[in-house]
Design a protein around this ligand. Structure first.
Ligand SMILES: *[C@@H]1O[C@H](CO)[C@@H](O)[C@H](O)[C@H]1NC(C)=O
Ligand SMILES: *[C@@H]1O[C@H](CO)[C@@H](O)[C@H](O)[C@H]1NC(C)=O
Ligand SMILES: *[C@@H]1O[C@H](CO)[C@@H](O)[C@H](O)[C@H]1NC(C)=O
Ligand SMILES: *[C@@H]1O[C@H](CO)[C@@H](O)[C@H](O)[C@H]1NC(C)=O
Length: 378
């Protein structure tokens, strides 16, 4: 990826933040989002993996160091602060973050605010993430939502529960990266798969599973969906390290797989918009959004998009392969890094991504943005 930097505008981030809080106040005048149901992987896991015995965990410092609600203590979020879903919930006026499904407090009325089923290492395909020993894949996340769905019936009565889910709830899904990073692209795990399935067949398999999963959510009365595509996984620090690339280079194979999947995902969502009455599927173009941040990072006030903040080796090399743990080195300005660790964006990057998904134009979110989707609800 060639870097051509035209601007250096450190005020852009500040402007975005100010603009974001302006909308936050204005949104409070409209009906607020009642419930947020979140599915996917570590990009939005808010603590489910704390309750699993798994190698994919973010329950140690300095993860969460900038998360105000926990006083800077780790929560299981794989970033320094809020995830994209946390920010979206706040923006649409939610008083609390959706509780992790496996947390002890995910009971009673708390679930009416929404539930987060996302799990680090999880994917669309059931086999994805098996190297972490435990993680919750999409099939199981939807089984769990089916259980929540029945709880909501008990709390509200069947017909009101149905209205609540159909009209006042938002379903956000960020998944797919692990199906490549922690399945198809891992030689020792998936040699068999890669021998028997070319990229086309693998992507087709993912899309077919995802179609079934989204239809199951629809059967359970979900109607308003925001689905993210897969980001430029060939450009994350982890891929740059294992492939020993220069700062500005990306791994073509990984990016090509993501691009191929994203094209099929776009078709899938169009198909579901046509065929599932009353449903709206919005596509969040995380691939182009993150690519924009990586290429034009200076424009957004970042000083690097290639080095992770947490886990930088003493030699100042590209971030190490170990995850972000207490012994990792930590960058001095967390708001100047696009990446928190070798996989995940910082809160500063998440704020920009969320802002674009909420209020952005068709380049980044289509056929409408989340605010328009929400105004359609209320
Ligand atoms: C509030 O709702 C109205 C009507 O649905 C809409 O035009 C307006 O943009 C909304 N305001 C915000 C901040 O979302
Ligand atoms: C529920 O518990 C989690 C910890 O597992 C905590 O982070 C969250 O703030 C709690 N939420 C509510 C609404 O009590
Ligand atoms: C999916 O994986 C889980 C373990 O995460 C396992 O219990 C379940 O049987 C698997 N389901 C299928 C259909 O393979
Ligand atoms: C939800 O669970 C019930 C059993 O309690 C089952 O009959 C139904 O098929 C499930 N629905 C979905 C969409 O998984």
């Amino acid at each position: 990826m060639a870097l051509k930097l035209k601007y250096h505008n450190t005020f852009t981030l500040l402007f975005l933040l100010v603009n974001l809080s302006f909308h936050g106040n204005a949104a409070a005048q409209n009906e607020t989002l009642a419930a947020s149901f979140i599915f996917g992987d570590s990009l939005v896991d808010a603590g489910n993996n704390n309750y699993l015995s798994t190698l994919s965990k973010a329950d140690v410092p300095p993860n969460g160091i900038d998360f105000k609600a926990s006083g800077g203590n780790p929560t299981g979020r794989f970033t320094n602060g809020r995830t994209i879903s946390d920010i979206v919930g706040e923006e649409l006026g939610q008083p609390n973050y959706a509780v992790p499904y496996l947390a002890p407090n995910a009971t009673g009325k708390a679930i009416l605010n929404g539930v987060n089923y996302a799990s680090g290492g999880g994917g669309i395909l059931n086999a994805t993430g098996s190297l972490f020993v435990n993680r919750i894949g999409m099939d199981i996340q939807i089984d769990y939502f089916n259980i929540t769905r029945k709880e909501i019936n008990k709390l509200l009565g069947e017909s009101e529960a149905r209205e609540y889910i159909m009209k006042k709830s938002l379903f956000s899904i960020i998944v797919g990266s692990n199906d490549f990073l922690n399945n198809y692209l891992i030689p020792f795990v998936s040699t068999g798969v890669r021998v028997s399935q070319n990229p086309d067949a693998f992507v087709e398999d993912m899309i077919n599973h995802f179609r079934t999963q989204l239809k199951r959510l629809y059967q359970l009365d979900a109607r308003k969906f925001v689905v993210s595509n897969v980001g430029p996984i060939g450009c994350i620090p982890y891929q740059r390290i294992i492939n020993e690339l220069n700062d500005d280079d990306c791994v073509d194979l990984a990016n090509n797989l993501a691009t191929q999947y994203n094209a099929r995902l776009k078709d899938l969502l169009a198909e579901l918009n046509d065929n599932l009455p009353g449903a709206t599927f919005v596509l969040a173009n995380v691939y182009d959004l993150v690519s924009e941040l990586i290429v034009n990072y200076k424009k957004y006030g970042f000083t690097t998009a290639s080095r992770a903040c947490c886990g930088i080796g003493s030699g100042g090399q590209v971030a190490g392969l170990i995850p972000c743990v207490p012994t990792s080195s930590l960058c001095s300005d967390r708001y100047k890094h696009v990446f928190w660790d070798q996989y995940h964006p910082t809160e500063a990057a998440n704020l920009i991504l969320a802002k674009q998904i909420i209020d952005g134009d068709k380049r980044y979110v289509s056929p409408m943005n989340i605010r328009q989707l929400w105004n359609l609800l209320s």
